[in-house]
Design a protein around this ligand. Structure first.
Ligand SMILES: C[S@@+](CC[C@H](N)C(=O)[O-])C[C@H]1O[C@@H](n2cnc3c(N)ncnc32)[C@H](O)[C@@H]1O
Length: 213
């Protein structure tokens, strides 16, 4: 499967015509590339600026991220949140947590972020939050479980954003169990009467879902 689903020259053009992330996030990308395994897990400018924009429009007081990695998307979401907003991030990789925390400590938005180590499903079972905004970007095996649980926790009008919903195009010809889970998650969201959504062909696919009032 291609790394880019969109023509690479078009992807580059879109990148250049999108607002740059703040210098601290550019440094975070560089340091992730230098120091972390699988740096391509970091979502990058197009997804990151989309999250920032959506967050700045919703102004979430209570937000959740499932799958934080080195903190790029967390800081992008936090940028759009009010100063007293709270973003809970779930992550299982202690190295990624340590790395991200170093950047949160240096950011004017870092005080909004609380990281919880452990498997996200167990973490969110215990969370008592009325969510305004959630970004789902961890293990694909649990995507449907994450969606169902987060939807319950989301207040009317709140947003749920899911990354990698095109799964490198494998949703068109599913072969594995994980491919099937992505297909089923997408199908359930599109058929869910409780929400309205737009399935964006941005990078590896970004599903933006709004719980109806
Ligand atoms: C694609 S990366 C997240 C990228 C990040 N959101 C960004 O945009 O830069 C997925 C992350 O989810 C974490 N992860 C995987 N399974 C998890 C689970 N069950 N609970 C919490 N985090 C998990 C991985 O350790 C990894 O750091």
């Amino acid at each position: 499967m291609p790394e880019f689903l969109v023509d690479e020259a078009i992807e580059d053009y879109a990148y250049l015509q999108t607002s740059a992330e703040p210098p601290l996030l550019q440094e975070l990308i560089d340091q992730t590339n230098l120091n972390m395994g699988w740096p391509q897990k970091l979502s990058g400018r197009l997804v990151g600026r989309t999250l920032k924009l959506l967050s700045a429009m919703v102004r979430p007081k209570q937000a959740l991220e499932i799958g934080m990695f080195t903190g790029y998307s967390a800081l992008s979401i936090a940028e759009g949140m009010p100063d007293d907003g709270r973003l809970v991030c779930c992550e299982t990789n202690p190295r990624a947590i340590e790395f991200a925390q170093g950047f949160f400590d240096r950011s004017e938005h870092g005080h909004k972020i609380e990281v919880i180590f452990g498997r996200a499903l167990e973490t969110i079972e215990k969370l008592d939050m009325a969510l305004d905004f959630t970004f789902i970007d961890a293990d694909k095996r649990n995507y449907l479980n994450y969606y169902e649980r987060v939807k319950e926790m989301t207040r009317p009008g709140g947003l749920i954003v899911l990354d990698n919903v095109l799964w490198s195009g494998k949703v068109l010809q599913p072969e594995s169990e994980i491919d099937d889970i992505l297909v089923e998650t997408n199908r359930r969201i599109a058929a869910d009467p409780d929400v309205e959504n737009v399935f964006l062909t941005l990078r590896d696919g970004l599903n933006v879902v709004r719980k109806k009032d």
